[in-house]
Design a protein around this ligand. Structure first.
Ligand SMILES: Cc1ncc(COP(=O)(O)O)c(C=O)c1O
Length: 437
């Protein structure tokens, strides 16, 4: 990538790039459960005094012999979400049963549920978006970048949260700063430090995740948010790989925007997403001028009396036809389930399930991030030297273990439908991959 790290003698290690993506192109809550499903899953476990979730596989339709440890790729379908979708399809049989109020009710339910999930007091700040790229395009549309200002991103973050900033920098004569991933012990902690060091008076915006999508590295958004406020920079978070499985509190972190695709940890269908916009984007310009975003749109007879005023809050940023009568009820059902479990309990479940595996992987020579700087629901196992990745991939496929290979790391992303059998299958596969007895 362009510009060497520390090229200008700075202590921190970020990349300078004046415009583009420079370089190499990296550029219902059955908490008690009844233990059915695979049969011998552990009963409720006690952890730190709190009752832990039991395995929730019975709420999904995963075949018994599939070890799906890949929610970071795409979540499997909850039965409740499937039913909501089927009901949504059937509704179209008799359109007269879809009333004008139905264009609003479920959308507002999504706003309320998502606001609860992220501890946001005002649900009208939530918009329905079809993709992260859309939610971030809203931010870019409402960002005035001056020549010489910079936008900070982290290395190898998801492209939907890079291309948009690369274009903005290119068009405004700004600088895209890419903060490199440190290596070796303490890398997780050091990455947050590097982000803080890369931010300065010329920083207009910091666009980053809470948890890195490739290897699960966690960032300290409390500190990064505080520094952004000191500098007057916007903090824009892509919560796709964390919100739903890891607690996120907008009142504590105080981002300016939080955008999430919902088909992973929010357990909803592809094509659904949610975004929360803070006061910085109040009264902004939407990407589309939808009829439903205008004041009084509830009165269908009066739609031809065009109105200048918008509905309150972030409703103006909703994508067109976001009242989708199939997808939105599915998103509602998914959010209800996530809230019933709670992200805290999901995180605790995944931590308890994988702790032994991570210790063993480390002993086998895989690189594992320190516990404080990795997420329990998404983590990378960096392959020991000499491992044949193509062979490893074939071996995993043969054993019906679904994980993702990202670069030289294996990305493992469990959820509450996983149990000891999945972990045992992966543990055995890791031993075979490194040729351990
Ligand atoms: C961190 C992250 N953000 C966003 C996305 C999806 O982006 P979009 O909704 O723009 O397709 C993914 C998909 O893997 C992701 O991992």
């Amino acid at each position: 990538m362009g510009g060497s790290a520390n090229g200008s003698g700075n202590e921190y290690d970020y990349e300078h790039g004046s415009s583009g993506v420079n370089g190499n192109g990296k550029g219902n809550g059955n908490v008690d459960g009844d233990g059915h499903g695979r049969g011998d899953v552990p009963r409720a476990m006690k952890m730190q005094g709190a009752l832990m979730l039991e395995c929730q596989r019975h709420l999904f339709s995963l075949p018994d012999d599939v070890h799906y440890l890949n929610c970071a790729y795409m979540s499997p379908l909850l039965r409740s979400v499937e039913e909501a979708g089927i009901a949504g399809i059937r509704r179209k049989r008799v359109p007269s049963e879809i009333a004008p109020a139905d264009f609003f009710t479920d959308r507002d339910r999504v706003r309320a549920l998502f606001a609860r999930l992220i501890n946001a007091p005002d649900a009208s700040r939530v918009a329905l978006v079809p993709a992260v790229s859309y939610g971030l395009a809203v931010v870019a549309r409402n960002t005035r970048l001056e020549k010489g200002q910079n936008i900070v991103v982290v290395e190898e973050q998801f492209p939907s949260n890079v291309y948009v900033w690369a274009r903005l920098c290119r068009e405004a004569g700004g600088e895209l700063r890419t903060v490199r991933r440190p290596e070796g012990r303490g890398a997780g902690a050091a990455w947050t430090e590097r982000v803080l060091e890369a931010m300065d008076e010329a920083t207009a915006l910091v666009a980053m995740p809470h948890v890195h999508w490739t290897d699960g590295t966690r960032f300290d958004l409390l500190r990064i948010g505080a520094r952004a406020r000191e500098l007057g920079a916007a903090l824009v978070i892509d919560g796709t790989q964390s919100v739903g499985a890891l607690p996120f509190d907008v009142q504590a972190i105080q981002p300016d925007a939080l955008v999430c695709a919902a088909y992973k940890w929010l357990l909803a269908p592809y094509g659904t997403g949610v975004a929360w916009y803070g006061p910085r984007y109040d009264g902004g310009v939407p990407l589309e001028e939808t009829w439903i975003a205008r004041e009084g749109s509830e009165d269908f007879r009066a739609l031809v009396h065009y109105r200048d005023a918008y509905q309150p809050g972030a409703v103006r940023y909703d994508a067109g036809e976001s009242s989708n009568f199939i997808l939105v009820p599915m998103l509602v059902a998914a959010l209800e389930q996530v809230l019933a479990w709670t992200p805290d309990a999901i995180q605790a479940y995944c931590a308890a399930l994988t702790r032994g595996l991570l210790d063993e992987a480390a002993a086998l020579g895989f690189g594992v991030e320190e516990e404080a700087w990795r997420a329990a629901h998404l983590f990378g196992l960096r392959m020991p030297a000499g491992v044949d990745l193509t062979r490893a991939q074939a071996l995993l496929a043969e054993r019906r273990i679904s994980v993702s290979l990202r670069g030289s790391a294996m990305r493992v992303s469990p959820h509450v439908y996983n149990d000891e059998r999945d972990i045992d299958a992966l543990r055995t596969a890791l031993r075979v991959i490194v040729g351990a007895p």
